[in-house]
Design a protein around this ligand. Structure first.
Ligand SMILES: [Fe+2]
Ligand SMILES: [Fe+2]
Length: 470
């Protein structure tokens, strides 16, 4: 395994052998730090946080924990080791040698893929920047900051590719990645979910469950890329993404545990009387973030998806494990569509339907998380169950965005939609209520009233450990 060097920019890509690239990145570093200090976690830049840092990309080097002030985090460039003789695994170039340089004909497409992925990373840090102030415990605060620094590092990963392989255009794109702002009407982030308001921890846990899992699936498909440096970058990012989804899934699980506990004594089963989070409010937040995240996969019938696949730039998740020809030339795919006000089917080529293929894998993976949440309800003897809404529900991108559907996927009228949307999606009253109960708790081991403690601490430390020194 390649060790990570201890330079100004820690890396395992031999950065010191490429002086021009090193200089370019060292020039970008202070701009990045300015962005971090301005848009990163508000009010906690000087605190010691118990963080995981990479000192090498293998398992042992990865599990390295210590107190760090966030601006001193080892942002760096980590790629999984090269696989000698690697071939393009799919598309029109299948079985040719994987590219170590950008193929000229795909330069623009590839840059767009990298910029779009890169843009999500700082966006989520911006979305989450005030949450430390309402953290339910030091344990949760630390997890939030861990997610934040890793998203910052993911930005580094994409900026490394832009600087290394795209020359001046790449450097300009890297500056733009620091210039856009989540939710800013004039200079928004590129994708919808990354401009959505993150008002509270319920939204944060849903985001890390659903939107970070979109990240997982995008990275899985890019980890298959025939452009080898992108593939290796994304493989390492996936190890970090797993933690983000852990934070989200266990966060919601702990809210459910606490809600079930409070329901035992709540008058008329109204947990708001005891400062808890009602199950229907959890469902509405789930509906909101799940559907926003579905949009991130793009249109159901997409010539872009076909192009990316044909070019060997973006595969399917787990492409190499699949038992087909990886070319998908004469296959077709049935997509439900609305024509003349009715739901019907349209047949498209498999390549045009690859967004839908990835989205389907993603939905199945989410269902497992929801099943685990429902276990909490079941074990507490509650009759309620959480449910993923239908993929057609509340969409802003693709075939279903110009029609209204209920959470079961039935086509409905605008008036039906308007009459029910506050019942289906997290609404202003929900957000105001959650904000009213979310007070910062900073005593080690203590939890806010609305969430149960975690089952274990971090890296063998007890839950009572001082994860952030305030
Ligand atoms: Fe990320
Ligand atoms: Fe993430």
């Amino acid at each position: 395994m390649t060790a990570v060097s201890n330079e100004k920019i820690p890396n395992n890509v031999g950065l010191s052998n490429d002086k021009q690239l090193q200089r370019a990145l060292e020039k970008w570093l202070p701009n990045y730090l300015d962005w971090w200090k301005q848009m990163g976690p508000e009010g906690f830049q000087g605190q010691d946080v118990f963080l995981r840092t990479a000192i090498s990309v293998d398992r042992d080097g990865w599990a390295n924990f210590d107190y760090v002030k966030m601006p001193d985090y080892r942002w760096g460039i980590f790629l999984t080791d090269a696989e000698p003789g690697r071939k393009v695994g799919f598309g029109d170039h299948a079985k040719e040698d994987a590219w170590q340089q950008v193929p000229g004909e795909y330069r623009n497409v590839l840059r767009r893929i990298i910029v779009t992925q890169g843009d999500t990373e700082p966006a989520s840090v911006e979305q989450q920047r005030y949450l430390g102030q309402s953290a339910p415990s030091l344990y949760d605060m630390r997890n939030l900051f861990q997610v934040n620094v890793e998203e910052g590092r993911h930005l580094w990963a994409m900026v490394y590719l832009l600087h290394s392989y795209f020359g001046r255009d790449g450097r300009e794109e890297a500056e733009e990645l620091l210039a856009r702002r989540s939710g800013d009407p004039d200079k928004p982030r590129i994708l919808g979910a990354f401009n959505a308001p993150m008002t509270d921890w319920l939204q944060f846990f849903m985001f890390t469950t659903f939107t970070d899992r979109d990240g997982k699936y995008q990275l899985l498909s890019l980890a298959e890329s025939g452009f080898d440096p992108l593939a290796r970058t994304c493989q390492f990012m996936l190890t970090e993404e797993a933690h983000h989804m852990f934070v989200g899934e266990t966060g919601i699980g702990r809210i459910l545990e606490r809600t079930c506990e409070l329901l035992k004594t709540a008058p008329n089963e109204d947990v708001t009387k005891l400062g808890g989070v009602p199950i229907d409010m959890i469902q509405r937040s789930l509906n909101y973030w799940f559907t926003l995240s579905l949009d991130l996969f793009g249109g159901e019938i997409s010539s872009n998806a076909a192009t990316y696949f044909a070019a060997g730039l973006k595969g399917r998740a787990y492409e190499t494990r699949r038992k087909d020809d990886h070319v998908l030339m004469d296959l077709s795919y049935d997509v439900p569509v609305v024509r003349d006000g009715k739901l019907t089917h349209e047949t498209t080529s498999m390549r045009n339907a690859l967004n839908e293929v990835l989205r389907t894998d993603y939905i199945e993976d989410n269902q497992k998380a929801v099943d685990r949440w429902n276990k909490v309800l079941e074990e507490a003897g509650r009759p309620e169950r959480l449910k993923l809404p239908h993929r057609r529900f509340s969409r802003a991108i693709g075939e279903y965005s110009s029609h209204r559907f209920d959470p079961e996927g039935n086509l409905i009228s605008d008036s039906e939609w308007n009459a029910n949307k506050d019942r289906w999606l997290v609404n202003d009253a929900d957000r105001a209520y959650i904000q009213s109960i979310q007070v910062q708790v900073t005593e080690p081991g203590k939890m806010a009233n609305w969430i149960a403690p975690p089952h274990t601490g971090i890296k063998g430390r007890p839950v009572e450990f001082e994860y952030v020194r305030l």
